[in-house]
Design a protein around this ligand. Structure first.
Ligand code: APR
Length: 250
């Protein structure tokens, strides 16, 4: 399917679901995970069970999150985040399912009721025991050089960034909303994901099986390209520069 034909299907639709991964944020200066130079080429992920049983693992978690927090203070949404926000403004967005923890979709202005953060967010810190929420700034500013992992001032429990770590259970309410949107989507558009992590990567399949037109926009090939109706391998910013005029009346 050519871009023009894809755009002709998108323009009238009021049930578009976007599914985004780290690739949408690289043009904002946030590295993705699996491209050359990505996060997993520099850090090892801290598994949830290790976080719970080892102070050294908790400290490793906080070193990675402190580095990420310094970066997140500076980054801004890019044109792709704003293009998706504009789908909501036009009444076309059924929902936005993101795997990203950088908070850039929220900063771009997508409303909470249209956004599911499947893997949580690094823009919040919570106590794993009592659930108390903390602003990241108040936690990170206290992390001196050789710090011990921070604990809750209310109950002494472990504090952790509010992202979902490998081995940690997925947020049930977020999974339920993503499931409903995937089943109801007319058009399901994957943006910037290698589609290698489950259960997140099952949602494009659920949408396709439920009759949605499946589109994948990604620099590299993905395991679901062969079931997609539309595939664009290229830069995301450039893709939206070409799509936007075809789907808006401007
Ligand atoms: N334009 C187009 N595609 C891009 C761009 C860009 N500017 N930058 C990166 N990409 C593509 C890469 O080709 C890659 O396939 O985005 C994809 C990003 O894939 P990953 O780094 O695997 O990120 P993601 O799919 O979001 O990872 C899923 O894995 O590590 C866990 O929980 C973490 O949410 C994350 C999940």
């Amino acid at each position: 399917m050519k871009l023009e034909a894809f755009a002709a299907r998108v323009r009238p639709s009021r049930a578009v679901v976007f599914f985004t991964g780290a690739g949408i944020s690289t043009e904002s200066g946030v590295p993705d995970f699996r491209s050359p130079g990505g996060v997993w080429t520099k850090y090892q992920p801290v598994l949830f069970q290790d976080f719970m049983t080892s102070e050294a693992a908790r400290i490793q978690h906080w070193r990675l999150k402190k580095a990420t927090y310094e970066l997140f203070k500076t980054v801004r949404p890019n044109s792709a985040h704003l293009a998706i926000r504009d789908f909501e403004l036009r009444g076309q967005l059924l929902g936005l399912i993101t795997q990203n923890i950088d908070g850039l979709h929220k900063l771009a202005g997508v409303s909470d009721e249209k956004l599911v953060e499947l893997h949580g967010t690094d823009r919040l810190v919570t106590c794993l025991t009592c659930g108390k929420r903390f602003e990241p700034a108040e936690v990170y500013e206290d992390l001196a050089e050789n710090f011990t992992a921070p604990t809750c001032d209310a109950c002494g429990g472990y504090l952790k960034s509010a992202n979902v770590s490998f081995g940690q259970s997925m947020p049930p309410e977020a999974m339920q909303r993503a499931q409903v949107w995937s089943e109801q989507a007319e058009i399901f558009i994957v943006i910037g994901s290698s589609l290698q992590v489950q259960p997140a990567a099952s949602f494009p399949v659920i949408a396709k099986r439920a009759g949605a037109l499946l589109a994948i926009v990604n620099r590299d090939a993905t395991p679901l390209d062969n079931i997609a109706d539309f595939v664009h391998n290229g830069a995301i910013g450039e893709f939206f520069e070409r799509l936007n005029p075809l789907v808006t009346n401007t």
